[in-house]
Design a binder for this molecule. Structure first.
Ligand SMILES: *Cc1c(COP(=O)(O)O)cnc(C)c1O
Length: 371
């Protein structure tokens, strides 16, 4: 259970057809403003967390640019935020994608391998690049370690320098390192210190380092926030005057502004446990399945109907035992027709979900706060 949504979200939740995503744009602005104020380095929002155009528009004044990870995201963000500074990263870029970015005003291309750099060089277009390096740093407590095909081992960077030497239309600006996600401020700063320490031995001249994203969102404690003040202060003390640092947060910027709201269609006891069957399902909000957590929620009672005051498992309408939002969560009371508002549904939620499975209707999309 979590605190009820802000009043404007609650009002909309109780008046819109359900299920619905309700985005709190004023809440997003207030949060982004506090992140901006605490962070003394460049911020590029990682669009893959939530590319909703109205979310992008609300965020834009508080970030320096947007990081995109595909040609699709590149075209989408260009249309939503004309003129925004863009960084293009991600594994497996095709020649078409590279051509849609190189020499077209994209601020940085994050290169993932020597082969990719060769293909970029073959386009012969003026382009600023960062080399994405997969450093073997010590990381404790990460939810997701970006090991495997992301970026290059340090040994591969030498091959890139050879390619760059033959391609003067490419400008090497520095390094990119997004090594983990789900870290709190202190371990993330430890990673940053290791990355910067390594980068300083590797580069000379003007230095630019993109430290990636991965700031934690605590789904067990939805009222908590990543400690941006400590992180910002730590970055300020790590940075040297001649260095440009940049971060690319996704989840920790937009998770809090989104609510997935639905209603109780059925309530039953099965083998001794209470189940609330909700309209919609994890094909709209896949986050609890992918992360293996209980999605925090608030029950908005709508009447005096028979209910349960016990631990309840919240499931959706899909014909699979995996369609579970939260397991055996104690509730004060939950009844047929009650509205259930899932918190922290603003990032890696709708846009990572398998919407068409079982052909139920799509949710509504509602925005509260000024546009
Ligand atoms: C996904 C991703 C991010 C954002 O990660 P969050 O955990 O959402 O902050 C940033 N940079 C890169 C390269 C990514 O792949």
């Amino acid at each position: 259970m979590t605190a009820p949504p802000p009043e404007a979200v609650r009002e909309r939740a109780l008046s819109t057809p359900l299920p619905a995503y309700v985005y709190d744009l004023d809440g997003l602005r207030a949060h982004a403003a506090s992140v901006r104020a605490a962070t003394p380095v460049e911020i590029f929002y990682a669009a893959k967390a939530n590319p909703d155009p109205r979310v992008l528009t609300a965020l834009a004044p508080y970030v320096d640019g947007v990081e995109v990870s595909s040609g699709g995201e590149l075209a989408h963000v260009r249309a939503a935020l004309p003129g925004a500074r863009l960084a293009f990263g991600g594994p497996g870029k095709t020649d078409e994608e590279l051509a849609s970015a190189a020499g077209t005003g994209v601020d940085r291309i994050h290169v993932e391998s020597p082969r990719e750099l060769e293909r970029l060089a073959a386009l012969r277009r003026e382009t600023d690049v960062l080399l994405r390096v997969n450093l073997p740093v010590a990381i404790s407590g990460a939810a997701l370690r970006m090991s495997g095909p992301f970026g290059m081992d340090p040994e591969a960077l030498g091959a890139c320098l050879d390619i760059l030497e033959q391609a003067p239309w490419l400008t090497l600006r520095g390094l990119h390192a997004h090594l983990a996600s789900g870290l709190e401020a202190e371990p993330l700063l430890e990673v940053a210190a290791q990355v910067l320490g390594w980068a300083r031995t590797w580069m000379d001249g003007p230095k630019e380092v993109n430290l990636g994203g991965g700031m934690a969102v605590d789904y067990r404690n939805p009222g908590a926030r990543f400690d941006w003040a400590a992180y910002g202060a730590g970055l300020a003390s790590l940075r040297r005057p001649e260095e440009t640092l940049r971060i690319e947060p996704g989840r920790a910027l937009t998770a809090y502004c989104g609510w997935y709201v639905t209603e109780v269609l059925d309530l039953k006891r099965s083998h001794g446990e209470w189940y609330a069957v909700l309209r919609g399902g994890t094909h709209h909000l896949r986050t609890p399945v992918t992360k293996g957590h209980d999605q925090p929620f608030a029950v908005l009672p709508t009447g005096k109907r028979p209910g349960a005051s016990d631990a309840v498992t919240l499931v959706g309408q899909l014909c699979t035992p995996k369609d579970v939002f939260a397991r055996q969560v104690p509730v004060d009371r939950i009844a047929l027709g009650d509205v259930v508002a899932f918190a922290l549904a603003g990032a890696y939620a709708w846009n990572i979900s398998h919407h068409d499975f079982l052909m139920h209707p799509k949710p509504m999309f509602e925005y509260v706060g000024h546009e």
